[in-house]
Write a protein that binds this ligand. Sequence first.
Ligand code: HEC
Length: 436
Amino acid sequence: MRTLQSIVAIALFALVAFPAGAAAQVPENPTFADDIAPIFYESCVNCHRPGEIAPMSLISYQDARPWARSIRNKVETRAMPPWHLDQDIGVQDFLNDPSLSDDQIATIVKWVDTGAPQGNPANTPKPPEFAPADAWQIGEPDLVVQFPTHTVPAAGPDLFGDLFTDFGLSQDRYITAIQTKPVGDKARQVVHHALSYAVEQDEDGERMGGGQFLVEYASGKQAEIYPEGTGLMLPADSEARLSYHLHSIGEDIDAVVELGINFLPEGEEPEHIRYSKQLAGSHGRTIGVLDIPSGEVSRSDGYARFNKAAKITMFQPHMHMLGVYQCIEFIYPTQPVRAETVNCARFDYNWHMNYNYSEDSMPLIPAGTILHTTTWFDNSSGNRGNVDPNNWVGAGQRTVDEMGFAWIGWYDLTDEEYEAEVAARQEARERTDDDN
Ligand code: HEC
């Protein structure tokens, strides 16, 4: 019989990602047509094209050329494409990692340094075709609910609040994929950020709290498709709540937001129920208490205990304007106790990035593991997002207050499932070792 400690040690070892083999090389004289357009088309133009969220198009040479210096800077510092994971620490194997390879970055840098030449225009590949910006990314949904229209005036302060609508379900269903969609170009511009929840009612018809979190909408993030075999329960008779953050864009806009949902067939239950929760804010609460002194960088710690064994599927740091960095660590219930930093990520309030682990890198944790988040806030004048470095800042809902917790996606495992998964990883690892 294996001891718990050795099982944990194996789980940890299986976390280490193998670096991907770098196949491409850096061309001698890179040109837009031959070398740069293929990179942009793969990694940039999903956002950098007319009508999308980025400020300029990178489709044609004429579009891209004026931005050469800025492009060099943004790719060299890995600010673009946005992926704020610290690549020197912890797990690096994710489903949705859009990062450029070192060779791709070197190619772009060389192209700019040699005058950003076009090359032979005839060699430029055909730009990719995109579905319309407001297409469903989850296929035609089984259920679409529309929230009441909220008119955003041409000018004014940011708007925060809640909109409600009924899901209209007479029995519990399990969600397999979900997407938030502002309807139309204009609505997309005014919806800064929106969270959806399922709210149940008590016997008196009173809403029971804020509800179960379903999905977040923010720049660069819309659809969530759950891992195979998992689902999130949407209770019968629950209401949909949209917690919105809207902003004005110079004309009156009717903001209409829809939720599209795919379900398992009626009556079917998933193998595992997928959770997504705000965990390990200060004092173990979501908002908690923060004490962020003026003019300096400070940190806050939070903890949450997993009572059951679990497979971690997703990590998403959450802070506001002063938040700059967050690490998640697991403290394992072993004798002697062991702790491991699993990931760290930089944070930028304009980007709410979520990091979905690939199947083989999803952290496996035994029952009793403690999640420890460490969150850093920069309240100095060196932080460009800082409205007033002379002010103390505390915890709260407003954008100018702070938060410091992690969204964690996971599903529970029985102790037997946990041991079996750990053993399977161990075996896969031994096979890889034999091949080398
Ligand atoms: C997920 C969407 C997205 C992707 C993918 C993306 N960008 Fe961006 N990019 C943006 C947005 C939005 C901005 C403006 C806000 C900001 O800078 O964060 C931006 C800003 C920039 C800027 C700065 C423009 C300025 O005002 O100086 C450059 C340069 C840039 N991107 C280049 C790239 C390149 C090159 C790639 C691909 C290798 C890329 N981006 C991929 C969304 C994206």
